[in-house]
Design a protein around this ligand. Structure first.
Ligand code: PLP
Length: 422
């Protein structure tokens, strides 16, 4: 195969539009519902709730806003209404997935929480139930667990739920990346005491932005709806008894998402085909794909990722901003592969850097399956890494996973990656 740079860039994950979005956006325009009320919002909420099979969906401006109000609900349920100028989780510890996008974590910080990061397991790349057990042993007072389904692969929900039930802790489920994924036949976004999804531009379906709060509780849905529109009381004038937010979804954005909803299953099928094609293309390489537990869960395959076997890793070091590696025959590393992809006009990305290694969260507690993990972080230098999240970050990468990538383009990507192992 002749390898030359792509004329048109192959992306990690971009919006895939179908035309129906315009119809609903135009309707909103023509009927002048250019606001945060309108038929698109009502219909989208109905469709999303029906798709995941929950009672209520509240359309918000983004996934982060949905998570923020989820955290606030959890805090008020557990600890009551906070004092003015304090968050609902002020001074409380909460447990949170470690390998994730910062938007999983930040909303708890908005509400004053101190985050304890929980290490990752190797079967789904999500929160490790064994590490969560260790965390409850260290911090038995904790009552909130924030759980992500990374890259569209469900976490080990039953195990995590059992541990949380045992300790009387609430689960906030971040299903931003996993809309449409199922665990034992049930949709992600329905397992949390409070759950959120996202319609950001790079997600499985999009409104350019947008998110949703999902729940079976009428009371919670009403509370979130009220908070999201500046907490107005039922009076003729602007009357306020509590702090509010401008978090409601626009009816224009809702039109875009509404036009995307019929294509969610098609997008998932395309993403799965991409994942399977990579798997087949790499089957004789010293790598594995981002794993899931077959028969138990069906991911939405939002991003395809790979993990290089330790024996096939060349030397690579990463600072705070840059990375260096030493090329070796028969070996490679994420940095080399990402550079190669970039040279050929294709976009990959490192694995989401673990939150406990981010400068902003570097001083926060971090718990692994062996217990408190901070002292063990440097063990990787000796090759015996017990910090699973950092190990996946060091050896893994996200592959171009755009559902408009053609099989021919993907074959070139596969050939490029294979060449790095020569
Ligand atoms: C995208 C994302 C969010 C935030 O969603 P926005 O709509 O961008 O605010 C939260 N958590 C995870 C894991 C995400 O990937």
């Amino acid at each position: 195969m002749e390898l030359k740079p792509f004329e048109k860039k192959v992306w990690l994950a971009t919006p895939t539009m179908h035309g129906e979005e315009l119809r609903y956006v135009t309707e909103a325009y023509e009927q002048n519902w250019m606001s945060t009320v309108g038929e698109n919002i009502n219909e989208l909420e109905r469709q999303a709730a029906s798709y995941v099979d929950c009672a209520y969906a509240v359309a918000l401006s983004c996934g982060t806003a949905s998570l923020h109000l989820a955290v606030k609900l959890a805090g008020e349920k557990l600890y009551g209404i906070p004092k003015p100028n304090e968050g609902a989780l002020q001074g409380r510890k909460v447990f949170c997935s470690d390998v994730t996008f910062a938007a999983t974590v930040n909303p708890a910080v908005y509400e004053g929480a101190e985050i304890v990061f929980i290490d990752t397991e190797r079967e789904t790349w999500n929160m490790d139930p064994a590490a969560l057990e260790q965390a409850f042993a260290l911090y038995p007072e904790v009552k909130v667990v924030i759980l992500v389904h990374l890259y569209g692969t469900p976490a080990k929900i039953d195990e995590i739920k059992a541990i949380c039930d045992k300790h009387g802790a609430l689960i906030i489920e971040d299903a931003a990346e996993s809309f449409g994924a199922t665990y034992k036949g049930r949709q992600t976004g329905t397992f949390g005491d409070y759950s959120a999804i996202s319609f950001n531009g790079n997600k499985i379906i999009t409104g350019s932005s947008g998110g949703m709060f999902l729940t079976d509780s009428k009371e919670d849905a009403e509370k979130v709806r009220k908070w999201s529109t500046q907490s107005r009381e039922a009076a003729a004038w602007y009357q306020h008894e509590e702090v509010g937010y401008n978090y409601r979804m626009s009816n224009v954005i809702a039109g875009v998402v509404r036009g995307q909803m019929p294509y969610l299953d098609e997008h998932i099928a395309q993403k799965k085909a991409i994942y399977e094609r990579y798997k087949e293309g790499f089957k004789d390489l010293p790598v594995q794909m981002n794993p899931y537990i077959e028969g138990e869960m069906e991911p939405n395959f939002w991003l395809s990722c790979m993990l290089i076997d330790e024996a096939a890793m060349c030397r690579q070091v990463r600072g705070e901003q840059d990375a260096l590696y030493i090329s070796e025959p028969g070996k490679t590393c994420p940095t080399e592969i990402l550079e190669k992809l970039a040279q050929y006009n294709a976009e990959g990305r490192p694995i989401w850097k673990p939150m406990h290694m981010q400068p902003i969260y570097r001083m926060n507690p971090f718990v692994t399956a062996q217990g408190s993990g901070r002292a063990k972080t440097n063990a990787y230098i000796e090759g015996g890494c017990e910090d699973v999240g950092m190990d996946i970050f060091n050896r893994g990468l996200c592959l171009p996973s755009d559902n408009k990538m053609t099989p021919e383009e993907q074959d070139v990507i596969i050939a490029l990656i294979r060449s790095c192992f020569e």
